[in-house]
Structures are given as structure tokens and as C-alpha cells.
Design a protein around this ligand. Structure first.
Ligand code: SOE
Length: 395
């Protein structure tokens, strides 16, 4: 970044887990990447002034506001970064776009398909005025995921034949883990489906270049009631004696077809003891395979079926070399990256797109495409239309 770079003044709404991750992205991006605009952490928005001020001091924001509407009226804010639960996304994003602010919104883009449609329409209208928007599907920005996309585009696995994806976590596996906004349908829209299933749907869209065209799904709530939280630290809380209902799915499983007809299978759960953030995607093509697991995030596995059978095998590509996407700006070759780097890359790509006046990706249209899948999964599961009940059949 040159000394004379114009600022891109950011207002971030929310400062919990995702707000902290986004703050890290905004702060570090200009220190490691050459940027055409200087992201400035102008104002942090939180409803409780003291807590917001403490977060702003810790995370590096210059000022605090307690009402997001006020930042839309300010001339010294160029971009609004929405890190709040999903029930607020549509209202804030549409108002921000209307006010001429660029928008970054956390995933899933919205809580309902109708909201996502409204947001995508607002984004299209705003883009015509030069006001840009992006959804925070951060895992697209893991270097190994970017490499997977490049290899598909280069034809290194041929045509995509089949995809299998999992997003496995275990932070709700303990039945006494307390309720949070992520277990509340009114706030989160859905459970494992929207929280983490959305990521693997987006990764499938991104890596294969194809969208999911149809699904056959099963959503289940495995623990119906949990303690009400008395305090929280990140995803983990401490519950009291009061209990309340879980109103979202705990596990989302579905088979799907991509636009080309290629079959795919998805499995998203926060009940997989021992799996902490296992985002696994394997793509089988006509001439090879790719496999990624976020728990080994600096590695992409690649199988080339044209190699002689005697020595063929999955190759572990360490995606830590300057030739790999984003990596040259970091450490000497071989040193590896972590979870937070995706948020830095997200800030970098967004700043560059805004400076160039180009549509960043994933766009709200991409977010809407994911939301259509979430909606279809919920409808399929509710209808149980393709569910074959073995006991009923035997009777
Ligand atoms: C919780 O499951 C969560 O924090 C998700 O909400 C994030 O999107 C994911 O990156 C990590 O896990």
C-alpha cells in the first residue's frame, strides 16, 4: 500500500466471534498485502456502549456507535461489514446499500429465501450505482481451496462426475452445551444447515463451477432441550438450571444433483465428537480426484488417473509455496497458514474489488444460490417425499 492510498472506511456491526475474525482481517490485510485503498477500522457498532467500547479498544476500532442506522448517515463510512446473527442481515444490508455503502455480510446471507431474494435485487440495483456487495463465505479464500478451483478449471480432473462433502464439528455434541442464538430459528434461520452446511454448498459451487440443482434431504434435531446460557466465550457457553427448546436442526444430510446432473452428497453436523472443524470436500472427475480437509488446511490431495497404476496414488500437495494463491504475501515457503488468514484474504479481495469498481465474489447472487439450496433442503426434509420408511413398507 502506498503512503498516499485513499482510505476505505469500514463500519463493522457486531463484535463476537465473527466480528473478531473480521477485525483481524481488516487490521492485517494492509500489513501483508499491497492494497490500492487503506482499510480504516473507523467505527464498531454494538448495542451496549461499554461492551462495544471495550471490544473496539481490544480489536483496534477508532470509535463506537450503538445504533447501526447512525453509521449509514455518516459521510466517513464507505463500507458496512455485517457480523450479526442472520435475522438482521436483510434489513441492515438493504439499508446500507440504499445509503450508498458497500456491504460485506456474514454467511448465510439471510434467514429466508424471500430475504435473500430482496437482498440480491437490492445488490443488483446498487451495483448499477457503483455500490458493491459480497457474502463472507471465507473458506473460498483458503489457498488449497483456490488451488482446487484452479485445477478443475485447468481440466486436471476432467469433467466433474461426483462430489462428497462434510462439515463436521462437535461443539453441540454434549447435550448439556447451552442454547445460543445459533440454536434459535428466529435468530439463525436454521441450525447446522445454514451455519455450516451453507459453507460446503458454497464450496461445491465454487470448486466445481456448478450449482446444486435439486436435493433430497433429512434434517434432524438430536437434542430437543438445552440449558439456557448464563455466559458465553466464543461458541462455548455455561448453562444454568433453566432449560429451553432447540428450534433448529442439529444435523443436515442430503443428496443432490449439480446442474450437469453429477450426484453429490452433503453432511453437516455439530455432533461429530472429535471433529473440530472438518470441512471435507472430495471431487471425483473423469480423469482424477481432488480432496480437501480443513483440519489439514495447508494440504490439497490430488489423484491423477493417467499415472501408471504401479505408482499412482493421492499426492499431498503442500499449498504453502509462493506459486500458490495468496501465499507469496505471507511467510517463507513451507510455513503454512491458519483459520484467520481466510479473513485477511477476504478483506484483501474486497478492497481490491472496491478500488477497481468490480463486482466482488461471492456476490449476493451467489449467496442467493446457496439460500435456494438451503430452502430446498428444508422443503425436502419437511415433505419426506423421497423418504422410504422400511417398517411401514414391511407392515
Ligand atoms: C460455528 O459453527 C462456526 O463459527 C460457523 O458459524 C462459522 O461460519 C465457521 O467458520 C466456524 O464455525
Amino acid at each position: 500500500m502506498s503512503q498516499a492510498a485513499r482510505p476505505l472506511r469500514v463500519a463493522m456491526i457486531g463484535y463476537a466471534f465473527m466480528g473478531r475474525a473480521h477485525s483481524q482481517g481488516w487490521r492485517v490485510a494492509p500489513r501483508f498485502f499491497d492494497l490500492p485503498l487503506e482499510p480504516r477500522m473507523q467505527v464498531l457498532v454494538g448495542r451496549h456502549a461499554d461492551a462495544a467500547q471495550a471490544a473496539a479498544d481490544r480489536l483496534g476500532w477508532q470509535e463506537v456507535e450503538t445504533d447501526w442506522r447512525r453509521v449509514l448517515e455518516r459521510d466517513d463510512v464507505d463500507l458496512v461489514d455485517i457480523c450479526t446473527p442472520g435475522d438482521t442481515h436483510a434489513e441492515i444490508a438493504c439499508a446500507a446499500l440504499e445509503a450508498g455503502k458497500h456491504v460485506l455480510v456474514e454467511k448465510p446471507m439471510a434467514n429466508t429465501l424471500a430475504e435473500a431474494e430482496t437482498m440480491a435485487a437490492a445488490a443488483e440495483e446498487a451495483a448499477a450505482r457503483g455500490v458493491l456487495s459480497m457474502v463472507g463465505f471465507t473458506y473460498r479464500r483458503v489457498p488449497a481451496v483456490q488451488l482446487a478451483r484452479q485445477l478443475v478449471v485447468e481440466g486436471r480432473i476432467g469433467e466433474v462426475r461426483q462430489v462428497r462433502c462434510q462439515y463436521l464439528q462437535d461443539w453441540l455434541a454434549d447435550a448439556e452445551a447451552p442454547l445460543s442464538w445459533r440454536t434459535d430459528k428466529a435468530k439463525a434461520g436454521s441450525g447446522a444447515l445454514g451455519d455450516i452446511g451453507a459453507h460446503i454448498i458454497d464450496l461445491t459451487h465454487f470448486i466445481t463451477g456448478e450449482r446444486v440443482a435439486g436435493v433430497s434431504a433429512m434434517l434432524e434435531t438430536l437434542v430437543a432441550e438445552r440449558p439456557v446460557a448464563e455466559s458465553f466465550d466464543g461458541l462455548h457457553g455455561v448453562g444454568g438450571s433453566e432449560r429451553g427448546p432447540v428450534t433448529v436442526d442439529d444435523t443436515a444430510m442430503f443428496t443432490a444433483r449439480l446442474a450437469s446432473g453429477a450426484p453429490a452428497v452433503f453432511d453437516a453436523t455439530r455432533f461429530a465428537w472429535g471433529r473440530k472443524n472438518a470441512i471435507r470436500i472430495e471431487v471425483n472427475g473423469t480423469t482424477g480426484s481432488l480432496a480437501f480437509d480443513f483440519e489439514d488446511m495447508n494440504v490439497l490431495e490430488y489423484y491423477d488417473a493417467s499415472e501408471p497404476a504401479r505408482t499412482a496414488g493421492f499426492r499431498r500437495i503442500l499449498v504453502t509455496e509462493p506459486e500458490h494463491p495468496y501465499v507469496a504475501s505471507w511467510w517463507p515457503a513451507g510455513h503454512g497458514l491458519g483459520y484467520e488468514h481466510g479473513f485477511v484474504h477476504q478483506a484483501v479481495d474486497l478492497v481490491r474489488a472496491v478500488a477497481a469498481g468490480e463486482q466482488p465474489t461471492p456476490s449476493f447472487a451467489d449467496g442467493l444460490a446457496v439460500q435456494r439450496v438451503l430452502d430446498a433442503v428444508e422443503r425436502s426434509s419437511a415433505a419426506r417425499s423421497v423418504y422410504t420408511d422400511i417398517a411401514a413398507h414391511a407392515a
